[in-house]
Design a protein around this ligand. Structure first.
Ligand code: HEC
Ligand code: HEC
Ligand code: HEC
Ligand code: HEC
Ligand code: HEC
Ligand code: HEC
Length: 493
């Protein structure tokens, strides 16, 4: 991230794309006393549009939220779990009946008669959240990817409006998170199967399967955790059966395109987070291929319950507790990982501006929630998420020194480096230290006496091991036992 420094016209202006916590010059938007953080649990929910013949998944979306009373100079931020109510709605997407035939077939599929636009958990397209533990949840919203104005055009990144109110009904704050949903569960339209009839007719007649018994709910016999709970069913896990039957795709369409044949999809491209978009990760990097998805279930993996973890590829400092799903995990201050990083598959900054809007609204730019002031109101002096210090705290610590260092040139290039001068008669006794914006020590330099009361050091933009440092701002501190001085330098590649 630090290497994205661009030198603008004439080399005078330097625009550094630093993580927000460090870009203290860029003030957060004006926020009130409360904020609400909302995410979608999965990063994508699939549903069938047509349920007449067969049904894999119903319309069923989830939002999870936390309300934070912002801190100030004397008070830490607080997670609020009483005295507020949270409501959701989808402006411009207010009904689902007719956009899908689910309500016609719900009695046959699930044995329930649902009122129009009411989903399997009794929720509608607008309503209030429930407090479950200390998380506000709205599970089972029967949302479709079709706006009222364009009911035949799929828009998989639907935007919710979430409003927090106090006991008197006064609005405290609002947010506009994405509730992703797609009907691109496309056995037929991707050109693989000729028709749903053909799929049903090809199914073996074992276990009481009768292709004439429509609509067929696959979960009736094959366990699907979201519908059946963690239970393989009478005919084996659906995930096992479906990935096993189609594992030839590992050879015929390797890579993400194979997964996108069934998981939404070539158009929705649901894996849209920074790890996919900017770092090139594909489904297989985290989940393995079809064969692996299948064989791990045979070896005891429970579909939807045992999924990849951040800690497999990142250090423990950046991981969830062992055995706990990312979507259920909390980090710094009890905040859900996904409230700072977003849902799986949509990790900030996402390819979709709609995903990023929640962070733009809070901290003025897309990316991981890193601006401490969003929750704290001020820049705290202690360490924050994963032990990160606010840049201003590091700067504050270093600039308590009375003196100022003269640094030339800044920006300085790796290799050519810069000269750093301190007013000091004790060059030999002194120590010139270089810190990065997170407060980590990067380099210890010796200074020479230049003969007229100054100590002079030069820094080549390399760390203690001789490696080039990333571009960015570095803090400098001089201490000779009597005089202390501070400065900073911008390093560019
Ligand atoms: C009435 C019960 C029942 C329903 C409903 C059902 N299946 Fe099956 N399915 C079975 C049985 C039984 C098997 C065979 C299990 C075995 O081989 O041990 C099976 C096997 C499969 C296999 C593996 C076949 C193979 O050749 O490897 C697939 C794929 C499959 N089902 C898909 C589906 C899909 C898709 C649906 C929903 C449209 C569905 N099933 C609905 C009972 C059912
Ligand atoms: C950077 C790693 C990563 C990539 C890339 C990735 N996933 Fe995931 N996936 C995860 C993690 C982590 C979870 C578990 C999330 C949790 O704990 O809630 C998950 C969960 C899932 C689930 C279970 C439902 C859910 O969301 O919990 C499905 C289905 C899934 N991924 C499919 C895919 C497909 C298909 C692709 C490619 C189009 C993909 N994933 C790409 C990391 C990844
Ligand atoms: C032939 C269609 C198809 C293809 C191709 C496909 N999937 Fe799936 N996948 C499904 C279906 C259907 C489900 C839903 C199963 C359920 O509800 O339990 C699913 C569920 C999953 C899950 C969640 C359940 C679990 O086992 O944890 C993961 C993870 C997953 N797929 C990964 C992948 C990856 C990775 C690829 C590409 C290598 C892929 N899938 C390709 C149809 C497919
Ligand atoms: C399959 C391995 C893998 C898994 C699983 C994984 N990551 Fe990553 N992640 C990476 C790689 C590789 C990078 C890129 C590192 C780089 O280029 O410096 C990365 C980068 C990141 C970044 C930094 C992005 C940036 O631009 O600075 C964040 C944040 C991140 N991952 C969060 C997560 C979270 C949250 C999870 C769990 C939901 C997770 N990762 C799971 C491999 C993984
Ligand atoms: C209060 C906000 C916040 C919370 C909560 C949070 N993180 Fe982070 N996370 C950050 C910030 C900010 C960074 C960027 C740190 C950096 O660049 O060093 C980060 C970085 C990461 C990275 C990338 C590390 C790398 O190698 O670059 C991973 C992975 C990660 N977090 C996982 C998690 C997990 C898992 C949780 C929950 C257990 C979590 N985070 C909770 C703010 C948060
Ligand atoms: C998403 C909201 C959020 C963000 C962003 C955030 N914090 Fe916090 N922070 C909290 C909450 C909530 C607490 C817990 C207060 C409590 O324990 O009562 C907390 C507690 C703290 C504490 C008190 C010690 C502790 O760990 O309990 C420090 C220090 C701190 N945060 C520093 C930071 C710094 C530095 C940053 C920015 C790099 C930051 N925080 C970003 C929400 C946040």
């Amino acid at each position: 991230m630090f290497d994205r420094i661009r030198i603008l016209a004439l080399g005078i202006l330097v625009a550094a794309t630093l993580p927000a916590a460090f870009a203290t010059a860029d003030p957060a938007p004006t926020l009130g006393d409360y904020i609400v953080l909302v995410n979608n649990d999965l990063g994508m929910h699939c549903m069938n549009q047509n349920h007449q013949n067969l049904s894999i998944l119903p319309p069923y979306n989830d939002l999870q939220a936390q309300v934070i009373r912002r801190g100030d100079a004397t008070r830490l931020p607080q997670l609020v779990t009483s005295g507020v109510s949270l409501e959701y709605s989808f402006p411009g997407n207010t009904y689902s009946v007719g956009k899908t035939d689910f309500w016609t077939y719900a009695p046959a599929l699930f044995g329930v008669t649902l009122a129009p636009n009411v989903g399997l958990t009794g929720r509608s397209l607008s309503g209030t959240f429930d407090l479950v533990g200390n998380i506000y949840r709205a599970d089972g919203i029967p949302l479709t990817p079709f706006m009222d104005a364009t009911p035949t055009v799929e828009q998989p990144y639907q935007v919710a409006q979430v409003i927090a109110r106090d006991g008197g009904g006064i609005e405290l704050t609002r947010a506009h998170p994405v509730a992703p949903v797609s009907v691109q569960v496309t056995c037929v339209s991707t050109g693989c199967h000729s028709s749903e009839n053909a799929i049903l007719n090809a199914h073996s007649n074992e276990g009481g399967f009768n292709p004439a018994n429509r609509p067929v709910l696959c979960a009736h016999c094959h366990g699907q955790t979201p519908l059946t709970g963690p239970n393989p069913g009478t005919a084996g896990w659906f995930s096992l059966r479906i990935h096993e039957k189609h594992s030839f795709i590992d050879q015929s369409i390797p890579g993400i395109a194979g997964c996108y044949k069934c998981h939404p999809g070539a158009q929705a491209a649901c894996s849209r987070g920074t790890m996919s978009t900017d770092h090139g990760l594909i489904c297989q990097d985290c989940h393995g291929n079809m064969e692996h998805v299948k064989s791990t279930i045979e070896a005891g993996r429970i579909p939807w319950v045992n999924e990849p973890a951040c800690r497999t590829c990142h250090t423990a400092q950046y991981g969830e507790p062992v055995g706990q799903l990312y979507r259920n995990s909390v980090g710094h201050g009890g905040v859900l990982c996904s409230n700072c990083h977003n849902s799986p598959h949509a990790d900030f900054p996402s390819r979709e501006p709609r995903d990023n809007q929640v962070m733009v609204d809070l901290q003025g730019h897309a990316g991981v929630l890193s601006d401490c002031r969003v929750c704290h109101g001020v820049n705290p002096t202690g360490a924050g998420p994963h032990g990160i210090m606010a840049a201003s705290a590091v700067e504050g610590e270093i600039f308590t020194a009375a003196g100022r260092l003269r640094v030339f040139p800044s920006p300085a290039q790796i290799g050519a480096g810069c000269r750093i001068m301190a007013a000091s008669a004790r060059a030999q006794e002194g120590r010139m230290l270089v810190f990065d914006v997170r407060g980590r020590t990067v380099r210890l330099l010796k200074a020479a006496d230049d003969g007229d009361g100054s100590a002079v050091a030069s820094w080549d933009g390399r760390d203690q091991q001789g490696r080039d440092v990333p571009s960015g701002v570095y803090f400098l501190k001089w201490d000779d036992g009597r005089e202390q001085a501070a400065g900073k330098v911008v390093i560019v590649q």
